[in-house]
Design a protein around this ligand. Sequence first.
Ligand code: GN1
Ligand code: MG
Length: 377
Amino acid sequence: MKEKELLDIIKNFDIRGDIKELNSINNGIINTTYVVKTDDKGNINKYLLQKINTSIFTEPFKLMKNIENVTKYISLNDSESKDTINVIKAKNGLPLYVTSDPFSHKEYYRVYNYIDNTISYNKSEKTEIVYNTGKAFGHFCKVLRDFPINDLEETIKDFHDTKKRYDKLIETYKLNPVNRNNRAFKQISEIISREEECSVLVNLLEDNKIPYRVTHNDTKVNNVLMDSLTKEPVAVIDLDTVMKGSGLYDYGDGVRSAASNALEDETNLDNVYINMDMFKAYTDGYLSEMAPYLNEEEILNMANSIKIITLELAIRFLDDYLSGDTYFKTNYVDHNLDRCKNQLKLVNDIDEKLEEMNSYIKESYNKYIGHSKVKKA
Ligand code: GN1
Ligand code: MG
């Protein structure tokens, strides 16, 4: 989008000072983000301007309601908080500014405060960063444990219902809309052989064996802002997918992304495996916050959840590939297929390490709870 148009949009928000700089930044593969710098009589302020991807987030006002409620709750209830993201309202009092063209095509923009002197990492460089990522998301879940969960809107229906994701993939495969099935025969067969695993977490929730919690639903290393100097976690960002779900979605997805030795689209599969030091660091960070609040069934399914969420991503990438790449941004034709292969390699690696992971989770849990409470599986 042209700078002039963006500047016209920013002017509709309640921000302080004259706009001095506007830079686009690359974060995530869904929304488009810019950093806005203003000068308020010599004081430099920074803001984040984001255009919401409405093909994914179809109800932006519901999404903003979740974000406003959760960020307000955190600022009121988190005594350890160093900084939080806040929604800066548009001058008309709404959390979004909506533009419309002559064809009634609407675009939705929002502004947050920019948290300065922080850094976010795209890759797990050190165990310290991964520990702090687990700690940040564990802390997020802990602080929000008494949040009125039913006030949350379901902004993307069945987001982590792995079984429904599976069923949808099978539907796409049957339709073969862009004639790509023959390229993915091996991957689809592998996923079909794991059908039963897709229902495990949803069934635990439905049978009330694990509780509903506020979940972030995108617990990647780069969604935690860390202090540039101390590397301590400062704030959790990207709250678009905050919804009601299982804490295991967040833990599983966190380890999936932080402890993989390679990026999600690495094509040399020899490099794709769980780095156990990173797994341990994430688990320690998470349990250092959440150990006292988890129930036994949650603890017993932590390792399993890593595998299930990774399988879910393989399913989502393959579904998108077979549908003609309509959801995730891709840079080349087989990008989504490569991501699927990558995630399936990780699933197999997790299977091999499951026992080792389970025993470490018990060890770590006992360390943070202070006494032995977990029964042998
Ligand atoms: C998407 O755009 P980003 O990176 O924040 C996706 C996540 C996936 C992730 C995989 C709303 O997140 O669920 O885990 O890609 N977000 C949505 O890279 O679908
Ligand atoms: Mg995201």
